[in-house]
Design a protein around this ligand. Structure first.
Ligand code: SAH
Length: 239
């Protein structure tokens, strides 16, 4: 079965958007994955096709209606057992290991919020798992959904040219990636580290490992502390 992302949105025209070009786009055209963008508004029932209403209890903005959204989910999801996600700043921030898990499954159904968000009852009634892409606010869930889908698609078999170039990258083994270089050999007076042109593969590997560790410690002490195999005991040099 082909991996498929189903997106429920008020703006289906935003798709495939950036997912239609480069790696993801080529894979989409060649059938390595499928994308279905469904208009939530198609499930509206009143004559104004309204999808939102004012928040109970007052306050600014509008809230996506539970009945309309539930009908849209049911129409998209009939009888299928797939992860049902809601892009939401209240969710756990997305990680590479969650991405791996999603890429290994049948592909998610993703609800994109707009306005002030969605009625809490539909989150519970349709067991939507809230997923965030970071601690900042977007104006809608579409760009967040695209980020999640892009991260999954590049892990699907056959999408990346060389399968190997997934194993060494940032977040594998809980480390950020080492610095990369290419031609020209000299750029504005800066060279390429000697070891990388030495042809000594063991030395190159050791240099990359050391750089990855140093970068992770400096830029992401949180990742460094949480990396796999890390003992729970605190080093005496900490704090
Ligand atoms: N009033 C809400 C914000 C709504 S933003 C609050 O304070 O929590 C509108 C929609 O954009 C959300 O429903 C969600 O679908 C999407 N969105 C905004 N920020 C996001 C983030 N960091 N990650 C994922 N989705 C996000």
């Amino acid at each position: 079965m082909t991996w498929r992302a189903t997106v429920l949105t008020l703006f289906p025209d935003m798709f495939p958007g950036p997912l239609g070009v480069s790696l993801a786009g080529k894979a989409l055209t060649s059938g390595l994955w499928e994308l279905e963008a469904r208009d939530i508004r198609a499930s509206a029932t009143d004559r104004h096709r309204s999808v939102d209403d004012t928040p109970a209890g007052g306050g600014p903005g509008m809230v996506l209606r539970a009945d309309v959204l539930a009908a849209a989910i049911d129409a998209a999801d009939a009888g299928q057992n797939r992860p049902r996600l809601l892009m939401s700043p209240r969710g756990r921030p997305l990680t590479q290991s969650q991405v791996k898990e999603l890429a290994a499954g049948p592909g998610p159904l993703i609800v994109c919020g707009r306005f002030e968000g969605v009625d809490q009852r539909v989150i519970e009634a349709r067991t939507l798992k809230e997923v965030s892409i970071g601690d900042y606010l977007l104006s809608g869930g579409e760009i967040a959904a695209m980020a999640l889908i892009d991260a999954c698609v590049r892990l699907l078999p056959g999408v990346m040219g060389k399968q190997a170039s997934g194993e060494d990258e940032s977040f594998s083994e809980g480390l950020l990636e080492y610095p990369q270089f290419t031609r020209p050999q000299a750029f504005e007076g800066r060279g390429i580290p000697e070891v990388l042109i030495s042809g000594d593969h063991a030395k190159v590997a050791a240099w990359r490992r050391a750089e990855a560790e140093a970068l992770t410690r400096a830029q992401r002490p949180d990742l460094w502390a949480a990396r796999p195999g890390q003992k729970a005991t605190k080093s005496t040099t900490d704090g």
